[in-house]
Design a binder for this molecule. Sequence first.
Ligand code: SF4
Length: 354
Amino acid sequence: MADPTGSTTSTAPTSHDDAPVILRAQNLTKHYPIKGGVLRRTVGHVRALEDVSFDLRAGETLGVVGESGCGKSTLGRMLMRLEEPTGGRLEFDGVDLYSLGRREMRRKRRDIQIVFQDPYTSLNPRKTVADLIGEPFDVHPDAVPRAGRRRRVQELMELVGLSPEHINRYPHQFSGGQRQRIGIARGIALNPKILVCDEPVSALDVSVQAQVINVMERLQRELGLAYVFIAHDLSVVRHIADRVAVMYLGRIVELGTEDEIYERPTHPYTRALLSAVPVPDPLARGTRQEIKLQGDVPSPANPPSGCRFHTRCWLARDVCSTDEPQLVERNDGRGEHRSACHFTEESVSGRTTP
Ligand code: SF4
């Protein structure tokens, strides 16, 4: 990978169609109460996540994209059960994680780990790399015998491309990219099956982003990890994802293979997001029309009726403000592709952009 933001093509992802589903989200919903008045009564709800459903197969990468506030980070926390759901199921290996008690959940959490966005704030500056990468062993002491922890931390450092000699250094003695490698090493310390990556490279320079993404791709091949890769940068997601979910105001509005989403987007919101991605090829740039969305993302405390995108959609008709579109198949035999829009690909693409 030379430049994640400057590429219009991606490396061909491996097909995981035959791999088993290891994580299944069904109608995941999260509402946060809004408290008001002297008595701090609930006066409303922030609808951060609404009826989100998807499958994740072993060894694949599901990219989750959308503007800030679309609910993608809430989704990441819910996959880790760092948030309790308002509704829905989350099945891992056939077990509903939300039905588990604390002790069982802690055992399951070994298999689903997270890498946070900001390597500058997610690492305790007073701890050495040995302590930071070894933290999961404090929570799961049976994972590695105490006598073998230091050796295991050094192995993990080598896996992510850090020098094991630096095991006693502190976070401030590393660059941003190296710190994120520390976060990744901590994330894979317990040999998880799934790594939830919440904007893992967005705080890094472009060239460093590419290095970290390369490490993640190599780890996926070597360890068979599945990633849920949450990001606002569509170019980065395109490079690493096998399948992509596009979110708007707490809902998935389009879901499909990387090729379908990037080459044949059908939802107007996806088309608008993609039209804003920089194109390095001047010839390709000349033929593309940028779609500038009007207005701001509405408040999730008071989302629009019907299609949540209708207040900004240049294709909206009356039905869009009253009837909520469901995610339905747009697949015509090329690959998985679902979209939540009342109109078909043909009727949408046949109309002019704003
Ligand atoms: Fe636009 Fe209507 Fe489709 Fe929503 S349902 S994306 S408002 S055309």
